[in-house]
Design a binder for this molecule. Sequence first.
Ligand SMILES: Cc1cc2nc3c(=O)[nH]c(=O)nc-3n(C[C@H](O)[C@H](O)[C@H](O)COP(=O)(O)O)c2cc1C
Ligand SMILES: Nc1ncnc2c1ncn2[C@@H]1O[C@H](COP(=O)(O)OP(=O)(O)O)[C@@H](O)[C@H]1O
Length: 303
Amino acid sequence: MYAITIGVFDGVHKGHQYILNNTLELAQSLNLEPLVLMFRYPAEKILGTTFDGLILPSWRRKEICENLGFEVIVKDMEEVWDVSHEEYINNLIDMGVKAIVCGEDFTFGKDALGDVNYLQSVSISNGLKIKILKDFKEDSTRISSSLIKKELKNGNIKVANEMLNRPWTLEGPVYEDKHVGFKLGFPTANINILYKEQIIFPKFGVYLVRGKIQGRKGSLWGLMNVGIRPTIHEPNKEPKVEVYFLDFFGNLYNEYIILEVLDFLREEKKFEDKNQLVEAMARDEDKAREIIVKRYGNIKSIL
Ligand SMILES: Cc1cc2nc3c(=O)[nH]c(=O)nc-3n(C[C@H](O)[C@H](O)[C@H](O)COP(=O)(O)O)c2cc1C
Ligand SMILES: Nc1ncnc2c1ncn2[C@@H]1O[C@H](COP(=O)(O)OP(=O)(O)O)[C@@H](O)[C@H]1O
């Protein structure tokens, strides 16, 4: 028997963490198993309106919830798009749901006709316990996935990380390209962040990151560039996420990399020539090393 919470949980930010913690507490007090029904994408993606990508892919959100102690079911919202709100609740009851935790703006079922009032009206006859939570606010700001995405688009990575309660991560497999990086003296592993799900690109520019190569123990400092590389390429190139790891040399093709994005160093620029770009990259490296020593006590890159 389950205590469930339902949603996209994009980012699994502080507001989500508040709902999740409440679900864990309720589950414990009622002797139920905590369960998350998680949707891969928000409704905007299906409606084709203003969806600019996910903060975190579904498997990463699932893992975070599992680490908190939840069982997690990931579904495509399309699967339940046409299910009426009455049937939706009946399906949950059939699954063994005994308690539901949600925010006050929670809606469900076809045309979003199910809401917290409906939930409460059917709860007694179905023996359901409903817990409705008020918006989670910090300094009177309502923390939300769309606010975090706005901060990421503005390069305010530290603000976003604060709302996430952990460093934002970008991840994906490394793919081979034209080897321009090596020739510039800064080899960069290209990370395909879109290989399975649509993920948001942050503001184009240079970031300090800490990277992990899946299957290896340690982690590496790195400089991540996100953008269209206007110095080297024609305009309208596809944006790319690439990382130059400090104090590392090795083959990363086809490795799977997870980057913790820690700081925004500067915007991407079109330099007059390659030499100026290389000089700027060297300055980026100096700045990154300064931050590492100052803020992180010179923790080394280790693999
Ligand atoms: C630390 C760092 C900073 C970068 N800054 C810029 C930049 O400001 N402008 C730019 O055009 N490219 C920038 N790049 C991207 C390089 O142009 C790119 O790594 C190189 O062209 C190889 O790209 P390719 O894989 O598309 O061949 C930067 C790369 C790194 C690692
Ligand atoms: N310090 C490093 N940081 C990132 N990649 C490195 C590093 N040292 C070696 N490499 C390797 O070099 C590759 C990138 O070289 P680059 O010339 O930029 O080629 P490509 O155009 O294929 O990305 C990486 O995918 C990785 O295999």
